[in-house]
Design a protein around this ligand. Structure first.
Ligand SMILES: Cc1ncc(COP(=O)(O)O)c(C=O)c1O
Length: 435
């Protein structure tokens, strides 16, 4: 057992599941052999408890750290914030600066609110939208966090999240009140949404979805969704927690040219510091004053500072363009290397968040083997890469060289029909709608 595994087994005795986020569990990467904990993270490098150093090609902090880990400019601005007080009876001016910038980027919006996590921001948007429309029910597509309003979909049909999230997700502890209030539809399947609205007395006032996850919208999908929302007096919410500020400066919807009524941001707007945002049309957002949405920690100054510095850097250095170029390099590299080694793969995702799939019935087993072998070569690697400004062309080339060797091994294992795994096959991560 490595030190990280030892600590995890202790952690599991005092923390349910061992940690706070499903996506960081070792079972989803390399059961029994994933390093689990880090001592230090800087740029795109991670030091584990055994002082082993890895390049992070496994998501860069669950896609949050576009600028890389422990970015010097963000650190400097945060240290200034700490020295001048991160919490106070009065409010932080940086909150207003962040609102101004987000509204300036998204000209269709007129007001902003802030909180800390993505799931929380989704909850805030849902509350505002419900208050505005006076309608209780929701049509959704994709993943939007852990809250009751969302998980409740599995109360009316235990398979509702199967095509969006983990199959068989349990609703233990979720309030009955929300049963039958939230209906799933599928990405790029407009009929699945139409069906929901066709039902008499559907009372749907909200459509919430990611503008894009793995595959591009086709057949004018987003425009059609917007039309359905308009026709039915429902609000359209784009959840941009993962898609926002990556391929472009702002929500991906700007690039896709469809504006929602409300949009939600998290993760990369603060380069991983706790900050999330909801923006929306003014007359909708103002309804937040007619309900109660309020929290002490949402006023913390450091999240605003981190976001302001992150956005400034993203804009000035045109980082979004750069990370998309890196992502394209990786996608092209995977394709060429797979062809060279005679293995079948699938590639999806925004350019800056490429996903890799092995097109074989034992994809999970092959992916576990890929992670195991890449780890030996000094890479944290799995199905998803989130490109970062901390990458460089030489680092990506190193990753592709290692990938080439491992793809060669995969070819040989496919030939003999056996993958020498040290531990168990990884569990399947929560499945995104298109990822
Ligand atoms: C689209 C989307 N919505 C909501 C969330 C939940 O955000 P958080 O984990 O910060 O609560 C995520 C996180 O992966 C996400 O990708």
């Amino acid at each position: 057992m490595n030190k990280g595994q030892k600590l995890l087994s202790k952690a599991k005795k005092i923390i349910p599941g061992g940690n706070q986020l499903l996506s960081k569990r070792s079972e989803l990467f390399l059961p029994g052999y994933w390093p689990n904990y880090y001592k230090k993270a800087k740029g795109c490098k991670v030091w584990d408890l055994n002082n082993k150093v890895y390049y992070d090609f496994a998501g860069m902090g669950v896609t949050a750290c576009v600028l890389g880990y422990s970015n010097d400019d963000i650190n400097k601005s945060l240290i200034r914030g700490l020295r001048t007080g991160s919490m106070c009876t009065l409010n932080a001016t940086e909150e207003v600066d962040l609102a101004k910038e987000l509204l300036n980027i998204h000209k269709w919006s007129g007001m902003a609110k802030f909180c800390k996590s993505g799931g929380e921001a989704c909850m805030v948007a849902i509350r505002i939208a419900r208050a505005f429309t006076n309608k209780n029910n929701i049509a959704f597509c994709g993943y939007h966090g852990w809250h009751d309003w969302y998980l409740a979909t599995n109360m009316s049909n235990s398979k509702n999240l199967d095509k969006q999230l983990l199959p068989g997700l349990k609703t233990k502890g979720v309030s009955n009140t929300f049963k039958n209030s939230i209906k799933p539809f599928l990405y790029n399947d407009i009929n699945s949404l139409k069906k929901i609205f066709k039902k008499k007395n559907n009372n749907i006032g909200i459509i919430i979805m990611e503008p894009m996850r793995g595959v591009k919208p086709s057949g004018n999908f987003l425009r059609k969704v917007k039309l359905i929302a308009k026709k039915n007096n429902a609000l359209l919410i784009f959840d941009e927690i993962t898609s926002g500020f990556k391929d472009n400066y702002g929500g991906l919807h700007l690039k896709l040219k469809v504006n929602p009524d409300l949009a939600i941001f998290g993760k990369s707007i603060g380069n991983g510091y706790p900050i999330s945002a909801i923006i929306g049309r003014k007359k909708i957002m103002q309804v937040a004053q007619e309900t109660f949405i309020s929290s002490t920690m949402w006023t913390d100054r450091l999240g605003f500072i981190a976001a302001n510095t992150t956005l400034k850097k993203l804009k000035q250095l045109k980082i979004n363009k750069k990370i998309s170029i890196y992502g394209k390099m990786i996608k092209k590299g995977w394709k060429e290397i797979a062809k060279k080694n005679g293995i079948k793969i699938g590639i999806s995702g925004q350019d800056c968040i490429p996903y890799l799939r092995f097109d074989y019935p034992n994809n999970q087993e092959i992916m576990t083997f890929f992670t195991q072998e890449m780890l030996k070569k000094g890479f944290l690697a799995g199905a998803q890469v989130a490109t970062s400004y901390a990458y460089s062309i030489p680092v990506i080339n190193k990753y592709l060289e290692a990938t080439n060797i491992v793809f060669g091994k995969i070819h040989n294992c496919l030939d003999i029909g056996k993958f020498p795994l040290k531990g168990e096959i990884k569990h399947s991560t929560f499945k995104r709608l298109t990822g």
